[in-house]
Write a protein that binds this ligand. Structure first.
Ligand code: FES
Length: 106
């Protein structure tokens, strides 16, 4: 999820620690119809395997692209540090670049 625009791992954030939040966005709030460039890129490249980590991956990617519209591989490695047991890292990186291209065209 994003708290005030910053990616936060909801699994490690007790609600009691959330006291001065202006805005919380979960993956359901990223877009109502799957039209966010990151969601579209994920579908285009068939990124998920089991799907367990994917909400966090997508939210981290969206936050990165909001901050850096054309991230390098090093930017992705430094900012999208979510763990994927299925090893989708190469597809995640490719999808972020594809989303960045989509954002550049829109
Ligand atoms: S897709 Fe299975 S843990 Fe990432």
């Amino acid at each position: 999820m994003h708290i005030d625009g910053a990616p936060v791992r909801s699994c490690a954030m007790p609600i009691s620690a959330v006291t001065t939040v202006q805005k919380i966005v979960t993956i359901e709030g990223l877009s109502s119809d799957g039209s966010h460039p990151v969601q579209k890129a994920w579908l285009a490249l068939d990124v998920p395997q089991c799907g367990y980590c994917q909400a966090g991956m997508i939210m981290s990617a969206a936050a990165l692209l909001a901050d850096k519209p054309k991230p390098t591989d090093a930017d992705i490695d430094a900012n999208v540090t979510n763990i994927c047991r299925c090893g989708t890292y190469n597809k995640v990186r490719a999808a972020i670049h594809l989303a960045a291209d989509g954002l550049a065209k829109s």
